[in-house]
Design a protein around this ligand. Structure first.
Ligand SMILES: CC(=O)[C@@H](O)[C@H](O)COP(=O)(O)O
Ligand SMILES: NCC(=O)COP(=O)(O)O
Length: 250
């Protein structure tokens, strides 16, 4: 089965937050994404709400419910108590646990499963009691012992952190090397009975080699690159609409 696409709405929300206006609307763009074939929507609510706001979560939950047909809501973040309250309230189909410090600009590493064993064990147990699928953010590091801990604490899936892979857009040889470490990590995870998601800086260019190396990839969540393409490929028609609004005949 091909990998499912979950569209991350954080970048849209960040653009909206430049002004005290409701556009671009995360729900309108989320609806367009689902209508166009995305399998789900992802948000990463950070404590300072600089991207998606806590008040965005209820309308996005409703939108995913409306879409039906197996559409999924994925909420990502560091599992502090406020995050856990959001998850309890909005009941996403999947929770992705990320080891982010609030001061980080964006996610830039996976969990240290040895160090975070107790924290994650407790949190995953609480999320499983709510009946939610749990994915844990993991570096592309084929460390069987670490991935065994992820399995033992009860995670259902890992999400491969693909930032370093995405950063190799101008260095194909290094990209291939990193892709192989991601592939080996996925092979171990599958062997241990974990599912595998992937995300961070994925693009139309770097996705095909990733899905070829990890053919059982369950889901990719993509925000930044997808939003950039939406702007680029939607710009011409939008400029025509504004020219017409100026009274021009284009
Ligand atoms: C876990 C992960 O890689 C994403 O959640 C990423 O952090 C996207 O969020 P931002 O685009 O808000 O950085
Ligand atoms: N989990 C990764 C994600 O949701 C999107 O990351 P990015 O495409 O914005 O880098």
């Amino acid at each position: 089965m091909p990998a499912k696409l979950s569209v991350n709405l954080n970048a849209i929300a960040m653009l909206r937050n430049r002004r005290d206006l409701p556009w671009p609307s995360v729900t309108d763009l989320g609806r367009i994404a689902l209508d166009a074939g995305a399998s789900g929507l992802t948000v990463h609510p950070r404590p300072d709400q600089r991207h998606v706001r806590f008040s965005d979560l209820a309308p996005i939950r409703a939108l995913v419910d409306e879409a039906g047909a197996g559409a999924e809501f994925n909420i990502e973040g560091f599992p502090e108590e406020n995050f856990m309250r959001l998850v309890e309230e909005h009941r996403p189909e999947q929770v992705t646990l990320v080891p982010d410090d609030p001061s980080q600009a964006t996610s830039d590493h996976g969990w240290d499963f040895r160090k975070s064993h107790n924290l994650l064990g407790n949190i995953v147990g609480r999320l499983k009691k709510l009946g939610l699928r749990v994915s844990v953010f993991a570096d592309g590091d084929p460390d069987r012992e670490a991935l065994t801990i992820a399995r033992e604490i009860g995670a259902d899936r890992i999400e491969l952190y693909t930032g370093p892979y995405g950063g190799c857009y101008d260095n194909p040889a290094e990209g291939e090397r990193i892709l192989e470490t991601l592939g080996e990590t996925a092979d171990i995870a599958f062997d241990l009975g974990l599912g595998v998601n992937a995300g961070h800086d994925l693009t139309v260019a770097n996705l095909p080699p990733l899905v070829a190396r990890v053919p059982r990839l369950a889901e990719v969540s993509i925000g930044h690159g997808l939003t950039a393409d939406a702007l680029q490929y939607g710009m011409a028609e939008t400029v025509r609409r504004f020219c017409r609004a100026c009274g021009q005949d284009v």
